[in-house]
Write a protein that binds this ligand. Structure first.
Ligand code: ZN
Length: 302
């Protein structure tokens, strides 16, 4: 039945002239198969197309996510850097406090930040994927380390606090602020003498300021000397802060306190001048511990 002869009739125009094309059954079947094959092929291609569109969409979504993660990572790294900086600031302050209250120095010097992430790493903002992963791992270990350091710092500060509570008068009577406002023109330590030209040890700091600038006590104390002893220091004031700490203020224009008087931190004790062996108006400020001159900068926290 299928292999009978088939006829395809094509009508040409209105007159009804037509053409008959005779086809053998086999050829007709071939045509049908060909047509079905093409249709199936089309469906297949269309499906592939739809699929690839889907993949492309999710790809761009993934790219977007990666970009967002990159930005987050960079922001996180910057925050970590800031954290490290403030931690080292706390550490410095801690060391200063320790010097002031004579706490053992050994333990405060043991931890030094290492393996931190350099800021240059993030300068160009572009990070390939493998470096992103590396960075994430680095940050993870860095965070761990920061955590340990922060806890250590906490313990150390608790220790300081305990010490301070124990000697509750200590903080009040420890020099900790600038005695006057001006510029340090000569630091503590070895220098060439402005008088002899020879090397000499400068036992304090020189703070240059206009004559008459007020000088304030940097801590609670007792005036143990006030006036001019004609020893080169000119008009001077010496304060005893308890323990073994004494501070000296020299080359004053005028003293504002009397011997035996008690002063508190921030109280006026005199005025900047040019008395004694001096080359210009300035305050010579000394801090002595058990008679030994120490660097006054270590006793200035503000
Ligand atoms: Zn001096």
């Amino acid at each position: 039945m299928l292999f009978k002869k088939y006829h395809i009739v094509i009508f040409k125009d209105k007159q009804g002239t037509c053409r008959k094309v005779g086809l053998r059954g086999g050829v007709f079947l071939l045509f049908i198969f060909l047509f079905a094959g093409m249709a199936a092929g089309n469906v297949f291609l269309w499906q592939r197309y739809a699929q690839s569109m889907k993949v492309e969409k999710s790809l761009s979504l993934a790219e977007k996510t990666i970009h967002e993660q990159k930005t987050q990572l960079l922001g996180l790294a910057q925050k970590l850097g800031a954290l490290q900086k403030s931690l080292s600031r706390i550490h410095d302050f801690d060391s200063k406090l320790r010097v002031m209250i004579d706490l053992d120095q050994d333990s405060s010097q043991t931890v030094t930040p290492k393996g931190g992430i350099q800021s240059e790493t993030f300068s160009n903002g572009y990070l390939p994927l493998y470096r992103q992963e590396l960075l994430a791992r680095k940050m993870h270990s860095f965070l761990k380390q920061l955590n340990v350091e922060a806890r250590l710092e906490e313990v150390k500060q608790q220790e300081i606090l305990a010490q301070l509570r124990e000697k509750n008068d200590l903080l009040e009577s420890t020099p900790s602020i600038w005695p006057t406002t001006g510029w340090v023109t000569s630091p503590f330590g070895w220098r060439t003498s402005p008088f002899t030209g020879k090397r000499e040890h400068h036992p304090g700091i020189d703070i240059s300021a206009p004559p008459g600038t007020p000088i304030y006590a940097p801590a609670k104390g007792k005036v143990i000397l006030s006036g001019n002893r004609h020893d080169g220091y000119g008009v001077q004031v010496k304060l005893y802060h308890g323990g073994n700490t004494v501070t000296r203020y020299a080359h004053m224009k005028r003293s504002a306190v009397k011997q035996g008087q008690e002063v508190t931190r921030g109280e006026l004790i005199g005025y900047v001048g040019n008395s004694g062996r001096s080359t210009g108006p300035h305050l010579h400020y000394e801090v002595r511990k058990a008679e030994v001159a120490v660097n006054p900068m270590k006793f200035i926290l503000n």
